[in-house]
Design a protein around this ligand. Structure first.
Ligand code: SF4
Ligand code: MSK
Length: 657
């Protein structure tokens, strides 16, 4: 087939249907003018494989690959005899294993760094939050009374190392799990031992000819995913807080307007905060600032993207330029002088777009190299060697800018940085810092429930639209929304991160927001920081009045535009923890199969949570609200809410009179 014919078969991208992010749309139009291709264009011209989307194929051995029929899933089996349920469960399990491996490897890197800091081998970082260190240590029954901070830190390191390496027993943070939830886990033998062991066993079990019962595979999926949520991810969050500071509300700008034409623009994109923290030190270095000025720039402008960006805006208010689907399009501005990346969600396509606009793209982590990108290894014992080099390369590119620059003039201010600790303080006040006010507001019905809306953006759906519609619908119905990752950035771009956005919430939630001065949507950080949601849920149970297990809480979760295997691991650890979790875009399992029934209902009957799916944000909101109401009813607090709403309506009537 001639090239022309192939080209003509490509579907063109309809930018209006691709995104609600005006800055991204503007850059997509420019990219097309410049003849540059992005993931949006590739998604438009390449349909997703329907067999893979249904998870109806297996390539676990060379007797296959075997392809079953999604329309008649029990009509045939693989060459080895594997049924559709085995094939789907194994495919799903490998997504969980990969996602959990990503988070736990990230967490382990943070723990390695912590050990080297505590033992004095690394001097560029230090313990920034000793109070959090003591709190985490105490939560694991480590003695903190009258002890040297370094001794506590070393004991904490040794304890947390078990999260990864332990071969028998329960992971350390199992101590944070409410008793009744832990009993369910023990009953089904899904309490994680160490993450390495769980991931290894899951990979073994999904090898050809090993575990061929979808229920048994699902148990190991849960155990592995829990070793991520209550293990690797939780360690990543807690250690990052100890080393870099626990987030407190901070003002931060989001969107491409954070780039500055007259400054050297440096973007850091990825997931591990240590790289970003060191670049932050580099851009504050007076010598490097002078070098930038000598090159004709007004200064150095550091901007984040994706999850490490979400973590940095939450911790330091560093501006954030956009989420996952905007990482290529931002290069189209021509204004990015250097982009440094570490791990996860780094599109290979960045290399080509960077090349088109003369942006210097650097990989920094030995786990992630990209053909066409320069590699400067980030070594924690001498981090500035890498980050200063990135800054200098950016200055050099600034001096030699050849491209016309076009920066979308859009910037959305907001408040970020709501850690579990700060929510405690914010609602309880400094003298009675506790979750009691939150629980009371849920019990009296001002807050109907809490929803975690998290996860990626995906070019198979209109960027940000599903996130924004879903969250608006939830807050309108008095559901408090907590967020992480790319979803947090989507809502910040939509203007929901200001206290003024409380007017978009229902009467009960807006009353709480106005009293406390908080936005109706709270950003908690990056994808590993979903562990903050688990900790907050455990605290709600511990505080009392909302049941004995996580499954009793009027809470729900969603990843409306998910794309990564990490999202599947996150979904599975929320479900295994007892939370109803709804995914959008697509779900990689054929409906009405036994495996599907187990994930979407059977697990709940056993005391866990369950999965849900719909691509429609309004339906998703209704599913989550219905679940929250079901839990309220079971707790006997549904009547309180009716009264509160009546009171509010009455008051409004009085005010109008
Ligand atoms: Fe086919 Fe079974 Fe091999 Fe999978 S493991 S490819 S179903 S023969
Ligand atoms: S970066 S995993 S696209 S949230 Fe964590 Fe965003 Fe999803 Fe990557």
């Amino acid at each position: 087939m001639g090239k022309d014919t192939e080209e003509s078969k490509k579907k063109t991208l309809n930018i209006k249907d691709a995104t609600i992010c005006d800055a991204t749309a503007q850059m997509l139009r420019k990219a097309e003018k410049d003849g540059v291709e992005t993931a949006f264009h590739r998604a438009a011209s390449m349909k997703a494989c329907p067999i893979g989307a249904d998870s109806a194929c297996c390539k676990h051995c060379s007797m296959g690959p075997c392809r079953l029929n999604a329309r008649d899933p029990y009509g045939k089996v693989g060459v080895c005899g594997a049924t559709i349920d085995t094939i789907q469960a194994r495919n799903f399990a490998r997504m969980v294993a990969s996602g959990a491996a990503a988070h736990t490897d990230h967490g382990m890197s943070m723990l390695d760094l912590f050990r080297e800091v505590v033992s004095g081998h690394i001097k560029d970082y230090s313990i920034k939050d000793p109070i959090k260190l003591e709190e985490v240590a105490a939560s694991l029954d480590i003695d903190t009374e009258d002890r040297d901070i370094n001794d506590i830190a070393m004991d904490l390191y040794k304890e947390l190392e078990r999260t990864y390496t332990q071969v028998e027993g329960e992971i350390p943070f199992a101590k944070r799990v409410p008793k009744k939830t832990l009993e369910t886990w023990r009953k089904y033998d899904v309490v994680p031992r160490g993450a390495m062991r769980e991931i290894m066993e899951l990979m073994h079990r999904t090898h050809m000819g090993v575990d061929q019962h979808y229920e048994n595979i699902t148990h190991q999926c849960s155990r592995t995913a829990l070793s991520d949520g209550w293990g690797g991810s939780m360690v990543a969050t807690e250690i990052s807080d100890i080393l870099f500071g626990t987030p407190k509300p901070v003002q931060g700008d989001v969107n491409m307007g954070c780039l500055k034409e007259n400054e050297v623009n440096i973007i850091i994109h990825g997931h591990e905060p240590n790289l970003f923290e060191s670049v932050l030190a580099s851009v504050d270095d007076p010598n490097l600032i002078q070098e930038a000025k000598d090159a004709g720039a007004h200064g150095l402008n550091l901007v984040g993207m994706c999850c490490s960006g979400a973590e940095m805006i939450s911790r330091h208010g560093v501006p954030h330029a956009g989420n996952f689907m905007s990482t290529e399009t931002i290069l189209v501005t021509g204004a990015v002088d250097a982009m440094g990346v570490d791990v996860q969600c780094i599109k290979q396509g960045l290399a080509q777009v960077a090349d088109c606009y003369g942006t210097k793209l650097f990989t920094t982590n030995p786990r992630c190299r990209i053909e066409g990108a320069d590699h400067i290894e980030f070594i924690e014992h001498k981090p500035r060697e890498c980050t200063d080099a990135i800054v200098r390369a950016a200055i050099d590119r600034f001096k030699n800018r050849k491209m016309p620059i076009e920066i979308p003039n859009i910037k959305n201010p907001g408040i970020h940085g709501f850690s579990m600790e700060y929510i405690n303080y914010m609602l309880g006040g400094s003298f009675r810092s506790s979750y009691k006010p939150l629980n009371e507001n849920i019990i009296n019905g001002r807050i109907r429930g809490v929803a975690g809306v998290v996860g990626c953006t995906n070019p198979r759906v209109k960027q940000d639209w599903v996130h924004v519609e879903l969250v608006k619908e939830l807050i309108k119905n008095d559901v408090l929304v907590v967020q992480t990752g790319c979803s947090q950035i989507a809502l910040a771009k939509a203007g929901l991160y200001t206290p003024e956005a409380a007017v978009m919430a229902g009467p009960g939630l807006s009353e709480v927001c106005e009293t406390v001065g908080m936005p109706p949507v709270l950003g908690l950080g990056s994808c590993v920081d979903n562990s903050r949601i688990l900790t907050a849920c455990a605290e709600m149970v511990r505080t009392g009045g909302l049941g004995d297990s996580l499954a009793d809480l009027p809470v729900a979760g969603a990843a409306p535009e998910w794309m990564s295997e990490k999202a599947i691991s996150i979904g599975q650890y929320f479900v295994a923890s007892g939370v109803f979790t709804v995914f959008g875009v697509t779900y990689p399992i054929i409906e009405e199969t036994k495996f599907h029934k187990l994930l979407f209902g059977g697990l709940e009957e056993m005391g866990f949570g369950k999965w849900g799916f719909t691509a429609d944000p309004h339906e998703m909101a209704q599913m989550m609200i219905a679940h929250i109401d079901k839990k309220r009813k079971a707790l006997g607090i549904d009547r309180a809410r009716e009264r509160v709403l009546m009171d509010m309506a009455d008051r409004q009537k009085l005010e109008a009179a």
